[in-house]
Design a protein around this ligand. Structure first.
Ligand SMILES: [Zn+2]
Length: 136
C-alpha cells in the first residue's frame, strides 16, 4: 500500500527502533511507496512513511533491495558530496564513504552481509542516517 511521505522534521529527527517480524507489512508498504515516488526518489526509510522502525528500501535501478535493521560494519574512502531528500527541499553537503559493508536482515528476516560501492552505497548511507534521526 502506498503511504503519504512524512515531511515533519520533528518526527524525522527521532531515532527509529529495531524492526521485528511484525513489521513485515511496513517493509512492503515502504517498497510500494518508493515505487510510487521513483521519479524523484531512489531510496526511503520507514520513518518517511511515518513508522519509526529500522527498515530501508533502495532502488538499484534494475532491482530493489529491502534492508531490515541495517548496520554499516565497515566503510572506506570518505568524500564530500551533496544530497537531496524526498522529505526536504533543496540539497545539503555531507560526508559519505565510497565502499561500505552492511549487515542486515532481508524480507524473510534472514541475516545478510553485503558489500556496496559508489552510488548504491551512498543511497544506503543516506537511508541509514534517516533511521538514526539524521536528516541532512
Ligand atoms: Zn532522505
Amino acid at each position: 500500500m502506498v503511504r503519504p511521505v512524512m515531511k515533519d522534521i520533528f518526527f524525522l529527527n527521532q531515532k527509529s527502533e529495531p524492526a521485528t517480524k511484525a513489521d513485515k507489512q511496513v517493509a512492503e508498504d515502504l517498497l510500494d511507496t518508493l515505487k510510487a515516488n521513483e521519479a524523484g526518489c531512489v531510496g526511503m526509510a520507514a520513518n518517511m512513511i511515518g513508522v519509526k522502525k529500522r527498515i530501508i528500501v533502495v532502488s538499484m535501478g534494475f532491482a530493489y533491495i529491502t534492508m531490515i535493521n541495517p548496520v554499516i560494519v565497515k566503510k572506506f574512502g570518505a568524500y564530500e558530496t551533496e544530497e537531496g531528500c524526498l522529505s526536504l527541499v533543496g540539497v545539503r553537503r555531507t560526508t559519505r564513504y565510497k565502499d561500505i559493508e552492511v549487515d542486515f536482515q532481508d524480507l524473510n528476516f534472514k541475516k545478510q552481509h553485503q558489500k556496496y560501492s559508489g552510488w548504491i552505497a551512498q543511497i544506503i548511507q543516506h537511508e541509514i542516517d534517516h533511521c538514526e534521526g539524521i536528516v541532512i
